[in-house]
Design a protein. Structure first.
Length: 284
């Protein structure tokens, strides 16, 4: 696995110039997060077309800046098509996009469980396809995406996909598509695990006697701040943890419970395994 050299907000890398519009198919939670990431980094709204039957108010508001919402597909010749719909409706929805795709089009799919083979079957022959798994911190330019390309995606098309995804944060490329099920379970679903940690910490604080609103504020700020500290540190997570843990202190007492053989590691392994299995199920 190798990292893209160009991260979004830190590398200030946007899409730059490209021929034809960018078509976003599906602007729900993840598609909407991607759109926010592109616009936040200065992508020209006039170059974006959104196909979404139930657009949010935020998406609809961008039409005033030139974004095209649900236009006729007849005259569109997109440079890239990003598919961000639910995988359950892919079989019905994707063939309708065939008219938009030729060998010069870069297709990027962020659907969980929908493989390159599936996409190659439902899109025109020779389509350049990149399958990617971003995550929701893309909305604030702090996402991470893992991508894999099919054999039809030539260098310039893969580069466009990389630039497209890098507007949301860091990009990692793999050659083994089979890794994307575990990627989905770790980084794709991972933000929800972190939010749950904040919830759980707040509940534990309240149980220890703190007012519930104070416990929630403390937990939220602690999780956010710790994440930023880890982000800025050159050390691995285990080293950062050791550095903030005094032997025999309060943190060590808590970690003794969390690091028990039935503690957080065991629970997280079960959780990631369950999400990985579900991702594989979606492919079937």
């Amino acid at each position: 696995m190798s990292a893209s050299a160009n991260a979004g907000p830190e590398g200030k890398r946007g899409l730059g110039d490209f021929a034809g519009p960018l078509v976003l198919v599906g602007a729900g939670k993840m598609g909407g997060a991607m759109l926010e990431g592109w616009l936040a980094l200065g992508v020209d709204p006039t170059k974006i077309v959104v196909l979404e039957p139930q657009p949010s108010a935020q998406v609809a508001a961008q039409t005033a800046l030139g974004l095209r919402l649900n236009p006729s597909l007849a005259d569109l010749r997109p440079a890239a098509v990003v598919i961000a719909i639910k995988p359950q409706i892919a079989t019905e929805a994707i063939p309708e996009l065939g008219a938009l795709v030729n060998t010069a089009t870069t297709v990027v799919s962020i659907m969980a469980g929908r493989t390159l083979v599936f996409l190659e079957k439902v899109l025109p022959a020779g389509a350049a396809i990149v399958r990617a798994m971003p995550n929701t911190p893309a909305a604030v330019g702090r996402g991470i995406t893992v991508a894999v390309a099919n054999q039809c995606a030539i260098g310039s098309q893969r580069d466009l996909a990389d630039r497209l995804l890098a507007t949301m944060g860091r990009v990692e490329w793999v050659t083994d598509e089979g890794l994307l099920d575990a990627v989905t379970a770790v980084s794709g679903s991972g933000p929800a695990y972190v939010f749950l940690l904040a919830e759980s910490l707040a509940r534990a604080g309240a149980a220890a006697g703190l007012p519930s609103d104070l416990a929630e504020r403390l937990a939220r700020a602690t999780v956010a701040g710790a994440g930023e500290l880890l982000h800025r540190s050159p050390l691995d997570a285990a080293s950062v943890r050791v550095n903030v843990t005094s032997p025999g202190g309060t943190t060590a007492a808590a970690l003794e419970i969390l690091m028990d053989q039935n503690g957080l590691d065991a629970l997280m392994e079960k959780a990631v395994a369950a999400a990985t299995r579900r991702s594989r199920d979606l492919a079937n």
